[in-house]
Design a protein around this ligand. Sequence first.
Ligand code: SF4
Length: 434
Amino acid sequence: MEFLEVPAALGLSNAEWTLLLDFFTFREEPLARLPHLCQMEPADLDGALERLVNLDLIVPKDRDGQPWYALAPLERWLDGLDGADADALAQERAQLRRLRSLLGLPSVTVVANREIQDRQTLHPEILRYAHALMPNVDLRLGTRCNLNCEYCLLGHEDRYDRSAAEVAADLAFAREQNLEKVAFTGGEPTMHPDLLRLVSVARRMGFREQILVTNGTTLPYPGRLDRLVEAGISAVGISFDSPDRETAETMWRSPVFDRVVAAFDQVARFPTLNLGSIAVVTARNFRQLPDLARFFVDLDGRIGNLFVPNLDFVMPEENAWLNRAVVVPRLSDVAPHVTEALRIAHGHGLPLTFRGFPPCILPGLERYAYDRYMTIFRLVRTADGPVFDRMSLDVLRTKAPGCRRCVHYRECTGVSRSYANLHGTDELRPVEAA
Ligand code: SF4
């Protein structure tokens, strides 16, 4: 959902509204953390923050002599607003109140199949793969990892494993919601000391599809994958960013290229495992995407698994934000290389997909946009039972002012706010109806 009435009624610029929305996602934070947390350049943040404080929308606090900031109570400013469209304003108010009320409550993330009316616009093999894996509960076992990739979405400080009891509680909650598929993610899930036990527990609970999302580095250890498959793992997604050793190891900041390549061979020993591969597209590797497509084509020719690889545009958060100068390219610079990679893969019958590129950036390739096959939401545990929440994820995305004229407006999820903070939205050009 896009907010129009509330920012207009408050007279906020795009940067000010973006910053105000960020404050809906945390309680209070020190000034020093805000640029990193909100993914804004300090100079942009300072001006926007000053205006929001002057408007009494953000409240400064003193914590041990340090400046902290928090969202002003909603009843002080949200209820009295006037707007051109009273119904739309009321709806936006309700959404903002709901967003705030769900803050901090325990939840699980669900990746579900998206309802698309016109199936002709979907690719049958991608659809088969999507239906095999979704809907699933996306279960993070923690943030601990044996790598520290330069684009990682998790900060590398204070990495931790969640307890087996916590994870088991999430599994039970997901089963209560009739979910039968689970994706174990991290960090690196194979670093979790109880992974095997949790896979066995999930199978006993009735999960019939269990997906391991891994950096692949531990799969070549003797017997590792055999034990996981025996316990219940039925699909594997391996991160693989470049067939060029130097580029890949620069991105992963670790000399593990041979081990990750060997992980694909391990999966090939079990042809019934569905195999995915996720390449994060950054400024380091985008010129090599055609070579990556050739690597995937060669792999596909050697294995019997259902294989759908994906090119995932980097999200400028945490490590990727810290390293933004060398990691985050402009979408429009990357687009020709994605197009060429898709041409190569599709020419060999391999349904290479992409995520994070709006349709206006890759026109005519919509059936390979994996975003069109899936939708992500949270199931929040409240005192009144589970609540479905998309808003807290939707507010992380944004579009351009002209997007309302675009034929893709309803289906498109735009770009991340952090990307817009970095590169703006000038590249997003509305696609006219044919
Ligand atoms: S709605 Fe906006 S971002 Fe999406 S395809 Fe259209 S112009 Fe691009």
